[in-house]
Design a protein around this ligand. Structure first.
Ligand SMILES: [Zn+2]
Ligand SMILES: [Zn+2]
Length: 281
């Protein structure tokens, strides 16, 4: 089973990759299942249909996915490509503690009340409505403050919100840390608490294979975090490329499986309407 469980398309504000093209490319590389995980980032992005001024990054408006158009397209393309590839409908929630109610409403209302989501990635991309990738959150803080601030926010969200499937790119603050790698030992108690919460809630952890293109020394999350998860009894794992453009799709998924197997894991998961399905690595 070759599956990519973290894929952005034209429905995400930072991608222009047309969904049909993603599917054709995925089929060409022999992928069996794909899960689209379009961005939703309340707090910093408005919904696609909201009024008033809109920020732009490059040519694209900085908005959340157009949910009705997204769901309609997935449902339209499933019969067209379904003989060749399983198409799952997911979202990536860029959550903060203060935006939790907006995500709860989104997952329960149209179009997702009638077109159920298969999979939700819980990510933290911002704290205090400040982005990491622009350095806005890190600016004016010590390395300790922004690293711990990130994990503290993720812990608060994981304790309060139970509607997700897996924790996305758990140590992603490392991607944007200009001061280098903050020692894992200093955040290990926080990471342990986050993993414990996820395991108790029946949630999983994502292996995000984008570490190659970000030039990181370690995987995302790190091998140490993956080992910790296993030692705590964690078994639910998904593997995703975090694709935004053609070169990303499906990249290093096979390598990811080998890594997980070498760490003693036996299964990875796909999802169907939020229920994990286990596959041998
Ligand atoms: Zn993300
Ligand atoms: Zn993503």
């Amino acid at each position: 089973m070759f599956a990519d469980y973290h894929v952005h398309t034209e429905f995400s504000s930072d991608s222009v990759y047309p969904m049909e093209q993603v599917l054709e490319d995925a089929i060409a590389m022999g992928m069996d299942e794909i899960c689209f995980t379009e961005h939703v980032d309340y707090g910093v992005k408005k919904d696609w249909d909201s009024e008033g001024p809109v920020k732009y990054y490059g040519d694209k408006p900085y908005l959340n996915a157009d949910y009705p158009a997204y769901a309609a397209k997935v449902y339209r393309l499933r019969p067209k490509y379904g003989a060749e590839i399983n198409i799952k409908m997911g979202l990536e929630f860029g959550m903060q503690e203060h935006t939790i109610p907006q995500y709860e409403a989104l997952a329960q209302n149209a179009p997702f009340d009638k077109n159920p989501l298969d999979f939700i990635i819980l990510s933290v991309h911002q704290v205090e409505d400040k982005e990491f990738w622009t350095q806005e959150f890190q600016e004016g803080k010590s390395q300790k403050e922004y690293n711990e601030g990130y994990y503290e926010e993720l812990l608060r969200v994981a304790k309060a919100y139970k509607g997700y499937s897996v924790l996305g790119h758990l140590d992603m603050i490392l991607r944007y840390d200009k001061a280098g790698v903050y020692p894992f030992g200093k955040v290990k108690p926080l990471v342990s608490e986050i993993l414990k919460t996820a395991i108790q809630d029946g949630k999983g952890l994502e292996l995000n294979t984008s570490y190659h293109r970000y030039g990181l020394q370690d995987t995302t999350p790190s091998v140490e975090i993956l080992k910790l998860y296993r030692s705590m009894g964690g078994e639910i794992l998904t593997i995703g490329s975090d694709s935004h453009e053609p070169g990303h799709l499906g990249a290093y998924i096979h390598e990811g499986k080998q890594l997980l197997e070498s760490l003693g894991f036996r299964y990875f998961c796909t999802y169907d309407e939020m229920v994990p399905i286990f596959h041998k690595l």
